[in-house]
Design a protein around this ligand. Structure first.
Ligand code: A3P
Ligand code: MG
Ligand code: MG
Length: 380
């Protein structure tokens, strides 16, 4: 059945032995039954410290401290006197994930495989954030993406390449936009404690180099996935479900004053929030609603599993099944294209709103992203 549906929306598909050239992102093509998506299992974690160095531990994991319903947080406080901003012109590609893999190869769950096998036993290695972009593609009208893929020892690695438009946006942000990017991190500081017995310290420095990342394994239909995603905090209760079930995603959003604003929140914000947290199995999202001056006027919890019901009253709204079916078909498309096992070969997949996904092949180019240290260590 999958084969037939695949055939319908791939161009120049001349049968199962030849890869299609493009993949459509039309949402109507993906309104099928929800594909199998296994409960993600955390296989490890890592931290990035205040200097953005990889640490093979959970030192940056923070603890959720529930705020009052109308907490009056001032998100502008500390901008710019207590703010250390990560240099986002540095492209880290998959490097931190690869470091985690090298240090934790024994922790990757391999079924139907001998323990001594050299391969990782997964089909795809990537960042959660890249998959979030794939999931939301059928509904995205503003920003395109470029994803580079290389096959190495049987696994396909997927790493984002910044589009020209994204680079222009990054380099021409207004003062207001720059400050508002800080607000999300400041909200985290009001909510999170560094220690299980601690309380938040809003007088401290916000350093966006710091991160705690989970590494999960799961399966979407017949695609075995290993990916990492940044996690904001966990609940304090030691009897809470094991990770990722104890994790909490924090978000900020403009306060909702009109029906139109509520509708937009459901249609655009909740789609991104749902995709980001559903992928790694993060069960709850705590949202701070702020006014124009960066004061948080309300805090609300959204269970990730309830979001799809919440939006059902919106006319012509997004559907989780469309997101997941598109992702499934995209990964099948990537598998059909990325045949040669060679880390110096990059298949660059490009998508722009209102267009199909296309690809081009590059050998030994600026797009090569699997580093020599990874290839060498994995080959020894
Ligand atoms: P908000 O989520 O409150 O917008 P995340 O929520 O994914 O953990 O990200 C933390 C914060 O980083 C965001 O807070 C936002 O301030 C900033 N941020 C993340 N992605 C961003 C993007 N693409 N553009 C601008 N700011 C971003
Ligand atoms: Mg975060
Ligand atoms: Mg967050």
């Amino acid at each position: 059945a999958d084969y037939q549906t695949n055939k319908r929306h791939r161009s120049s598909d001349e049968g199962q032995h030849r890869a299609a050239e493009t993949l459509s992102a039309h949402r109507q093509l993906y309104e099928r039954h929800f594909p199998l998506y296994k409960q993600p299992v955390e296989v490890g974690c890592f931290s990035l410290d205040s200097r953005r160095s990889f640490c093979n531990d959970q030192r940056q994991l923070r603890y959720y401290v529930q705020p009052t319903k109308s907490p009056d947080f001032n998100l502008r406080d500390g901008y710019t006197s207590r703010f250390v901003k990560r240099d986002d012109s540095v492209k880290e590609k998959l490097d931190h994930v690869l470091k985690w893999i090298l240090a934790n190869r024994d922790k990757i769950q391999t079924r139907d495989q001998t323990p001594s096998s050299s391969a990782l036993g997964v089909d795809f290695v990537t960042w959660r954030g890249h998959l979030t972009k794939v999931l939301t593609t059928p509904y995205e009208t503003q920003e395109g993406w470029m994803l580079a893929a290389s096959k190495f020892r049987g696994s396909i690695y997927i790493s984002e390449v910044e589009t020209e438009a994204a680079k222009v946006n990054r380099e021409t942000r207004s003062q207001r936009q720059e400050e508002m990017m800080y607000w999300g991190y400041k909200f985290e500081q009001y909510i999170c404690a560094d220690d299980v017995n601690g309380t938040p310290n809003p007088g401290g420095v916000v350093n966006t180099n710091e991160a705690f990342c989970t590494v999960v394994q799961t399966r979407l239909a017949d695609h075995k996935l290993l990916f990492s995603g940044e996690v904001d905090c966990r609940v304090k209760d030691p009897d809470a479900p094991p990770a990722p079930g104890c994790y909490v995603e924090l978000k900020t959003s403009a306060e909702i004053c009109t029906p139109k604003q509520r509708s937009n929140f459901h249609r655009y914000k909740l789609l991104k929030w749902w995709a980001q947290s559903f992928l790694p199995g993060v069960p709850q999202i705590v949202a701070g609603f702020r006014d124009h001056d960066g004061i948080v006027v309300a805090v609300e919890t959204f269970p990730t599993s309830k979001i799809s019901q919440l939006i059902k009253n919106e006319f012509n709204c997004w559907k989780p099944t469309v997101c997941m079916n598109f992702c499934n078909d995209f990964l099948s498309f990537v598998k059909s294209v990325v045949k040669e096992d060679d880390p110096r070969l990059v298949y660059l997949f490009t998508w722009d709103p209102h267009r199909d996904v296309t690809y081009a092949v590059h050998r030994d180019s600026q797009f090569t992203f699997l580093p020599e240290w990874y290839i060498k260590d994995m080959s020894s």
